[in-house]
Write a protein that binds this ligand. Structure first.
Ligand code: HEM
Length: 404
């Protein structure tokens, strides 16, 4: 089978993934921008098989991918930092467990739970401002974008006036419309900013998670190195807002299309189900990159040679009719909760899942509680989505708030 090129001009990445799965099967050869040859696993079973491996068969470490280092994948390939940076997403086994263990010392469930009142306060503040924007409001600009940025930056102690720059860098890093030069420039600028920021926190410790990570220490005295600190912040600030920005907006679009599924504002159990269904059927993270087989492997009957990059299509898995039936793509919050892969699965399961779930629940219930008549101001097919292989959400979302 000839490799299928992705992205496809004029088609949303989620549609492309679903089409590749339906037409090509659970494992398809693909070509990414920059002529990078890869494989996409796109069914629930093939995705689960790859994700559940503990790193002994499918590695996250690019050293196990010859193409990364022999010039086949250009050194200035835009997504290189994501797949080659020195962070959690590029480590296997003990190296990965060590890093995650140290982060967990500081990023505890109690710290996440303690954020709830502040998230509510920040949400309410943004909702207060919405009505002043006029009859039609861009919900991305005024709500789904500022909220996750404010939450993650407050958690890590990034001052307000420095936050928007992080958003701009992240977009350049994740959009395939950015040139390799722009991506490299944004990546360097962000790392430079973060190195200086960590120094500032060292000199002036605060009550934030950056200080918590600087001070985190295992019983045997093991600590995070400067370089590890830098990359953790890089990953968490990128992964910790972009994903949530888009998932809030995707969930709003789904609820506007299915108003009967909007729960009562205080029915938090039902809101939790809305969040899970959004993660399953309207996820903001479509693909995760990469896994590299350590030997030639058979996945769902297809041979993938050792070292060739595998793109794991979460969206393909979570809308797979073989698992969810013929109406798999339909948003239906009354489905029985299921083990979707919206936050991944296995050793790299999303570190921020409890925070993202909390934030989503507060944001959506407060938004529809305040503006129960909220509806789209444009047709659903007029919405333009982010030009990204990895994340998907509307670029802008014009809504009418309706009576309060
Ligand atoms: C990992 C999705 C929010 C931090 C992941 C992975 C997925 C994911 C699918 C697995 C990647 C892989 O297997 O290669 C999401 C979604 C989110 C979200 C859909 C929101 C709706 C967050 C937040 C944070 C965060 C808020 C930060 C606080 C991370 C980190 C990892 C990760 C650090 C790497 C974990 C590891 O490799 O051990 N996320 N995420 N994410 N996420 Fe999230």
């Amino acid at each position: 089978m000839e490799p299928l090129q992705i992205p496809v001009p004029g088609e949303r990445t989620s549609q492309t993934i679903r089409r590749f799965r339906d037409e090509g099967g659970p494992v398809v050869p693909i070509e990414l921008p920059g002529k990078v040859h890869a494989w996409m696993v796109a069914s629930y079973e093939s995705v689960s098989e790859v994700l559940l491996n503990d790193g002994t068969l499918f590695s996250k470490n690019s050293r196990n991918c010859p193409a990364m280092h022999d010039g086949t994948i250009p050194p200035d390939w835009p997504l290189r930092q994501l797949v080659e940076g020195d962070h959690l997403l590029t480590k296997d086994g003990d190296d990965h467990r060590r890093l995650r263990g140290l982060i967990n010392r500081a990023f505890t469930p109690a710290r996440v739970a303690a954020m709830a009142p502040r998230i509510q306060e920040m949400t309410d503040g943004l909702l207060d401002g919405l009505a002043a924007e006029g009859e039609v409001v861009d919900l991305v600009r005024h709500f789904s974008e500022p909220l996750p940025i404010a939450v993650i930056c407050e958690l890590f102690g990034v001052p307000e006036e420095e936050r928007y720059q992080l958003r701009e860098w992240t977009n350049v890093l994740l959009f395939h419309t950015a040139s390799p030069e722009q991506a490299a420039e944004a990546a360097q600028a962000m790392l430079g900013y973060l190195a200086a920021f960590i120094e500032r926190r060292r000199a002036e410790p605060g009550d934030d998670l950056t200080t918590g990570l600087i001070q985190a220490q295992e019983d045997d005295g093991d600590r995070l190195s400067d370089n590890e600190m830098l990359w953790i912040l890089w990953l968490v600030l990128v992964a910790g807002h972009e994903t949530t920005v888009h998932l809030i907006a995707n969930a709003v679009i789904a609820l506007c299309a299915h108003p009967a599924q909007v729960p009562a504002a205080d029915d938090q159990d039902s809101w939790a189900k809305v969040v899970e269904e959004a993660l399953r059927s309207r996820n903001s993270v479509l693909n995760v990159m990469f896994r590299y087989p350590l030997e030639d492997v058979q996945v769902a009957g297809t041979k993938i040679p050792a070292g060739e990059p595998i793109v794991v299509a979460l969206d393909g898995a979570d809308t797979d009719p073989a698992r969810y039936g013929a109406d798999a793509a339909r948003f239906d919050a009354s489905r029985e909760p299921d083990a979707h892969v919206g936050f991944g699965r296995g050793p790299h399961f999303c570190l921020g899942a409890p925070l993202a779930r909390l934030e989503m629940r507060i944001a959506l219930s407060a938004l529809f509680g305040r503006y129960p008549g909220l509806r789209l101001a444009v047709g659903a097919d007029e919405i333009a989505y982010t030009p990204s292989l990895i994340t998907e959400g509307p670029m802008t979302l014009p809504v009418v708030l309706g009576p309060r």
